[in-house]
Design a protein around this ligand. Structure first.
Ligand code: PLP
Length: 397
């Protein structure tokens, strides 16, 4: 029997595959240190959990409007105004089962077969797959480490053609941690407006920024770019609510309406209790974020210094999110335990095998000379894991 050709082109999530392997080793009693986490290691704040309990008590347990209940949409509307200086009506907002689902809906709504979507490399590994699921063609724009892993405008201009439908922007970025400043965003916005390209702006890490860096939404630059932008965000990273599955999108009403129609048939509303809790989260006291940010920042500094002190390894200091891209170019071609390290995947495999350290190979993000390390882990574990990485590198021949 021939199954869907389109669906069979979708690859499995490599990050999930590595963590499954690490979990298996842990379950077998191995002392594994994992740098794989794509989620904060903090708990969901108590006031949000309390709201979830309240949702049960007041019986907020039925279907809501498929695109999210109005009170939550209003909380999102207020948040976008407060934090991003963006004005939307609630019919320009959709609440979905996580930002990932908002992205999925977006590409379902905007793409026709053959439409191209420009994705900066290194990319979050869901982007190419979700574009393909929407029937589009991912095209990749390489960014360079020495350019801070940011889009080079001349290269972007060269890539744009009549098939270009959209560009994905992810600032702060997973996996690089880079953040675009206002001038850089203005240059990208100009290319988008001049060529009528939709910008899918994934801002899920906006609250995790360091060193006084400011997150700016590209949509806030002017009305022309706002009309072309779909802002993607959610509560997963900022509120440590990855398991609750609430994300949202804001953009032109006609696109949001199509997304809502799709969602109404695919999933109906996101979980009502999680919506209720997210509403409380968005409206609540955000002071807890500062302390968490400081913790992340401390871990980042330790990791950055340690990696750069190990001969053969290096990394940039990320401005946001909770990942570091570790450059392993000088390690490739070396041997350990009789095995040659040929690429980022074999580096990750050997590191897990020999030192019981789980990392994500850069190939998952289109960057085979790199390894992604997450610092959403205790400083103690980070120290231990990096110590093992140092030993690993020392043992290479
Ligand atoms: N966008 C980026 C860049 C991410 O790294 C992630 C999660 O890892 C998401 C979106 C998905 O977030 P959510 O949990 O809201 O689906």
């Amino acid at each position: 029997m021939e199954l869907s050709k389109r669906a069979q082109k979708i690859s499995a999530s490599l990050t999930l595959a590595i963590s499954a392997k690490a979990n298996k080793l842990k379950a077998a009693g191995e002392d594994v240190v994992s740098f794989g986490a794509g989620e904060p290691d903090f708990d969901t704040p108590e006031y949000i959990c309390e709201a979830a309990r309240e949702a049960l008590e007041v019986g907020f347990t039925r279907y809501t409007a498929a695109s999210g209940y109005e009170d939550l949409k209003n909380a999102v509307k207020d948040k976008l105004k407060r934090d991003n200086n963006l004005e939307y009506d609630t019919d320009q907002i959709i609440v979905s089962n996580g930002a990932k689902h908002s992205l999925f809906n977006t590409f379902q709504a905007i793409l026709n077969p053959g439409d191209e979507v420009i994705i900066p490399v290194p990319y979050w590994l869901t982007y190419p797959e979700t574009v393909k699921m929407g029937g589009g063609k991912p095209v990749f724009i390489e960014t360079k480490e020495e350019e801070g892993f940011k889009i080079n405008i001349e290269r972007l201009q060269e890539m744009v053609n009549e098939k270009t439908k959209a560009l994905i922007l992810n600032s702060p970025s997973n996996p690089t941690g880079s953040i675009y400043n206002k001038e850089e965003l203005e240059a990208i916005a100009k290319v988008a407006v001049d060529n009528e390209i939709i910008v899918v702006s994934d801002e899920i890490y906006e609250k995790i920024v360091y060193d006084g860096n400011e997150h700016i939404s590209i949509a806030s630059l002017n009305e022309d770019i706002k009309d072309l932008t779909i802002v993607i965000n959610g509560v997963s990273k900022a509120y440590a609510m990855t398991g609750w599955r609430i994300g949202y999108a804001a953009g032109p009403q006609e696109i949001i309406e199509i997304m809502s129609n799709i969602q109404s048939h695919a999933t109906s509303n996101p979980n009502s209790i999680a919506q209720y809790a997210s509403n409380a989260g968005l409206r609540g006291d955000h002071s807890f974020m500062e302390e968490r940010r400081n913790k992340f920042s401390e871990r980042r500094d330790y990791m950055y210094d340690k990696i750069n002190s190990i001969e053969g390894l290096s990394c940039l200091k990320p401005g946001g999110a909770f990942y570091i891209m570790m450059n392993i170019e000088d390690i490739i071609g070396k041997n350990i335990a009789g095995e040659k390290i040929q690429d980022s995947f074999s580096f990750a495999e050997q590191l897990l095998e020999v030192k019981k350290v789980a990392v994500v190979p850069g190939v998952a993000f289109g960057a085979d000379n790199f390894i992604r390390l997450s610092y959403a882990n205790s400083l103690e574990n980070i120290k231990e894991g990096l110590q093992r990485i140092e030993e690993f590198v020392d043992e290479l021949s």
